[in-house]
Write a protein that binds this ligand. Structure first.
Ligand SMILES: [Zn+2]
Length: 169
């Protein structure tokens, strides 16, 4: 597919596999362009039908189209459907379907394949570490402000002592 067609799809899905998969930085390569409705099932190359997807999701999805293929459950479209209504990621990095479409989506795309679960767990632990780091930075900043306040108080106390000593002599 021509680059001028690929670029907007990549951008639309933030360089990430739109089927709840990896970011291209984790793969070390650009991902593929998937025709949500396969060309062999009458799908076009209109922007609306194109999804940025990793090779494995693309492969698992295959030429499935619910109108022709068993079990005739519509495959969710990451650009059109709100996936958060259909899927839930748990703390252990696994994804569960909340609806019939969600369950089918997870099953068809094998979204709990071990490498993807490990990837999500890694992202989660990175996010936790970043949150801890941010909290630690805020704590250090508060301590620095306290130290500054104490230093100011100490200086004015020293000034006051000096003034009193001078007054006595
Ligand atoms: Zn993928």
């Amino acid at each position: 597919m021509a680059d001028e067609l690929r670029a907007p799809v990549r951008e639309r899905f933030n360089a990430r596999c739109a089927y709840r998969g990896v970011h291209e930085d984790a793969v070390g390569a650009t991902l593929t362009i998937d025709h949500h409705r396969p060309r062999t099932r009458g799908g076009t190359s209109d922007a609306e039908n194109l999804v940025y997807a990793c090779a494995r999701c693309n492969e698992h999805k295959g030429a499935y189209w619910h109108e022709q293929d068993f079990p005739h459950v519509r495959l969710l479209h990451p650009g059109r459907d709100d996936l958060t209504q259909h899927l839930r990621e748990s703390d252990d990095g696994r994804i569960a379907g909340l609806t019939r479409e969600g369950e089918f989506f997870v099953q068809r795309l094998r979204l709990n394949r071990p490498q993807l679960v490990a990837y999500r767990r890694m992202r989660r632990s990175d996010a936790e570490l970043n949150a801890e780091l941010a909290a630690t930075r805020r704590h250090i900043e508060a301590l620095e402000r306290t130290v500054l306040d104490l230093r100011t108080a100490l200086e004015s106390a020293a000034d006051e002592i000096e003034r009193r000593l001078k007054g006595r002599s």
